[in-house]
Write a protein of this length. Sequence first.
Lengths: 224, 751
Amino acid sequence: MSKVGIVVFPGTNCEHDVARALANLGVQSELVWHGDSDLSSYSGVIIPGGFAHGDYLRPGAIARFSKIMSEIISCANSGVPVLGICNGFQVLTEAGLLPGALQKNSGLRFICQPEALEVVTTRSITTSQLSPGDRITLPINHFEGNYTCDSQTLNLLIDNDQIVMRYIDNPNGSIDNIAAISNKGGNVVGMMPHPERASSALLGNSDGLKVLASFAASLVVGAL
Amino acid sequence: MSHWRAPGSFSLYDMDQPIHAALGLTDEELSMIIEILKREPNYLELAMYSVMWSEHCSYKSSRVHLRRLPSKGDLVILGPGENAGVIDAGDGIAVAIRMESHNHPSAIEPYQGAATGVGGILRDIFTMGARPIALLDGLRIGDQSDPRNRYIYNGVVAGISGYGNAVGVPTVGGEIVFDETYNANPLVNVAAVGVLMRDKLVLARADGIGNSAILLGATTGRDGIGGVSVLASAGFGQEVDSSKRPSVQVGDPYEEKRLIEACLELLDKRLVVGIQDLGGAGLSCATSETAAKAGLGMDVQIGAIPRREPNMEPFEVMTSESQERMLAIVEDANVAEVLAIAEKWEILAAVIGTVTPAVVHEDGSSVGMLRILDGQEVLANVPAASLADEAPLYHRPLAKPDNFDENSQMDVDSLIGEIDVIAELTKMIGDPSAVYRQYDHQLFLNTIVGPGSNATLLQLASPEIGVSNKAIGLSCDGNSRWCELNPRVGSELVVAESALNVALVGAKPVAMVDCLNFGNPTHPSVMWQLSESIDGIARASLELGIPVVGGNVSLYNEASGRNIEPTPVLTTLGLVEKISGIPPTTSYGVDRSIVLVGDISSKLAGSKLAWSSRSLKGGNLVEVDYDRHRSLIEAVLCLANDSSTYGISAMNDISDGGLALALFEMARASGYGFSLGSDDRDYKLTPGQLFSEAPSRIVVVTSNPTSVIDFFDEGSIPAVVIGSTNSTATLDFGAQALMMLPASGSKSQLN
């Protein structure tokens, strides 16, 4: 059975939530400490939300130097599904696995609220079970979620079908309403919204299960 | 005491007065210390007594009254006196809860004051071995037309957001109140809740002679020196005194996050015999309290304490309130493993002391001595219990305010005059979502009902206890108007409201914690208010069966000689045995009947309308009818857990701002309007009845009003249909009182 490695830095705080949401889908996972260097037993990797290394300097800036990162980079390059949620997205951009950067929200405030999203492409590890144009609602929870990149990069993202989800009502000033992007291959995705926070009827929203189910499906397909 | 040098950076101490007085100790208290030690204290000892005997640490003005609060109950595992109260949630699961104020630091440095308030209360929870799963904030800040109060508001909210979010504990509820009584003296009350398996509970005791005392976490710096004595135990003068800013601590949520994980791992592996957080009075408190609880002594090597800066004096090290520190008592065999776990989480750990046997006197009595050593040199040598438990207790004079009886004669209802419903309501509207959207309120996936409703409902789950089928309800409540008008009755009303709030999300109220925010205790009228308020809370606690399992007292909330209105703030904890689904929130569906449950009252004394809008600050509050209130809570619990049977889509309590504000909140949460009295059969309410804040009343929105009315009738509780909801954006209060719903309304609804 395929198993997901959930990477934990000091300051990460959504690791148990991601594990709980995956368990709701019957997907096994284990926590992996940032100082470890072996991901060979996992068929997919998730970098969950939180404040890795306290967000010191800027979010993800120190995490990219953690020992586990070189292993994550080699996984990503060999096609293994790698999902960065919120702080994990920030880590992936700092590590150069995804283009662009996440700056402070345009309102200069932390925002925790549900956001309506439009699925842009199904060519990613997080949207294969959805359709283009689908609308889902997922909670956001961040201070630095304002995605930015230069115009050349934005054009490439559009041309290569790398924009995974857009906000319907842009909450943070992200360029082109971007909420989630992938790498060229679609196996590395960064998203600011939290699918695990919309993963059960008791939470009043289970839209996130479609995202996580897509990720789970990619574990099998993605085992190269 | 010539060996003491005042560090240059400090201007806290007025050298024109004797040192003990500059440290906040009275002449009598100095005599008591000399009596205990049988000699003059040296400067270090004096500094330690001054922080430990401060109002903040010793409760010397309030303790004689606090004893009247009921703290026992079938579900109470630990009551006041420990770091947190602990409640039995069944199936081996326990819930730890604590509430504390951080008012004075927040007045001087709002961001750090509020942030360290959060940090401090979290340590009280995880020091018990419980994982903190929730924070609530009761915030009361002055008139927002004053730029300083806006600065305080923005700073406090940013501090809670910045610290709480980063430390990884969701802020799931609270209150935000703006009132001129808090000009220059805001109230920042923070409650924290944790969960643990009952058999993992750890106490703050330094047991086991020869065991090591290990200081974990941050280095000890010069921040927060004298915080409890200089700041928290004195009022403010004309201007907020920026020279007190060094007494405010500075927080680091990343340090605290690692400290939480490290300590929970230590406790889970049973590697410590006792653990205590370092809060007010810093090391003086943690060392003396843990030793005193075990009846033993402790030797502390001052040189072993990791410092943040060079040349710190021993008194600074012992009274520093640097944040994010814990003192663990560890058996020799486990020291190496404790140090290794600390290293993994990248936190400092230093063996700073040893538990020592009590000294046995000739008369057979024994006393544990706390000794502060520098190598072989003894810098301080005092009975640990004398610091921790033997502060003087004061029976301060009490006196009813002169104008109390006269005020209560005021006939508010006849003085109120014409009421323009929309104009009055508009003055009362605030949008708490502007605050709680800045807080992570969903972490841990436990938030079934989040902020913005009657109360918060959280599933009980954590990595340590797993996912249970139980839930807790939490509500944070206070009302200074009611308590200024009559501190006893007002406090009863606050308890009643808080209990009803948790019942509305289906949780049976089982315990509460309180922050008693009052003015200067040397004013007899303030002590009378405190005493009356405690009697009120005690009565409501007994009548409703909700013990008070912890809390704190914050005195000297005054500026320029003006005391704040008395403000007890409560957090009530409710239990749900078995989750039955999402209970009704304040968001209703369209074309349903609006049922007013409880007495129809037009009494306005103490209401927002009379007090704030008309400055009619008198009259008599409607008192709690406990038989009625118990019946209502029981009925509401049934409905919340079986809402579909009765067609219920929403419920809300009626308190601040009366029925008018309750209905407005529901319309905003829903995004739909309503119409009152439009059907011939609807009961027609007068404007006065729309603004009454009489207790034991709720609004129920239902598709089956007959079944709801019949249900309440069984409990002899009146219930009448007063109107219906509709798909318009119009709020029709009857008699031409129309208001359009703000456009952003629907977005404030979360989950």
